[in-house]
Design a protein around this ligand. Structure first.
Ligand code: ZN
Length: 157
């Protein structure tokens, strides 16, 4: 690519005023010796000026409002989903912690490892099972209630 061809690729950028200082100087030096590039640059400048004077299309305000409302609804839904997930994960962790914590307690009450051989062991297992089931059911019920309440709140909003 010779100097003239290289400068021609810069002409549109020059018309848009986006040349860096080095390119600007290169262009100016070339224009002093090349009329054809000077004429070409004038044409591009005319076109660029015409484009700048064109009115920028403005979206109608109702379209903007609708888009904004939709974005807000989507954002609210996203937050709700994230919150629901957090609640469910929290309840699962809570239920597991209670389950795991209750096991040593059951062991302690029933007299440790030796208690396994004890007839009371079966009773302890039933208590443990009922307790665990209750915790899990309570957790599940709380999750369902919370999500129902959230949905009701969103419908009212
Ligand atoms: Zn030239």
């Amino acid at each position: 690519m010779n100097e003239h061809e290289k400068i021609r690729t810069l002409l549109t950028l020059a018309a848009a005023d986006v040349l860096d200082p080095g390119e600007e100087k290169q262009l100016m030096d070339h224009l002093r010796t090349c009329d054809s590039c000077g004429a070409e640059l004038e044409k591009w400048k005319l076109l660029a000026g015409g484009l700048r004077r064109l009115p920028t299309p403005q979206p109608r305000s109702i379209v903007v409002e609708r888009a904004r409302a939709q974005a807000q609804i989507r954002l609210a839904e996203e937050i709700e989903h994230r919150w629901n997930r957090t609640v469910i994960i929290g309840l699962l962790v809570f239920a597991w912690i209670l389950t795991l914590l209750s096991w040593p307690l059951v062991r302690l009450v029933t007299g440790g490892v030796l208690g396994m051989l004890d007839p009371r062991f079966n009773h302890a297992w039933i208590v443990f099972g009922v307790f665990t089931t209750t915790v899990w059911l309570a957790g599940g019920a709380a999750a369902v209630l919370l999500s129902l309440q959230q949905r009701r709140e969103r419908r009212l909003a």
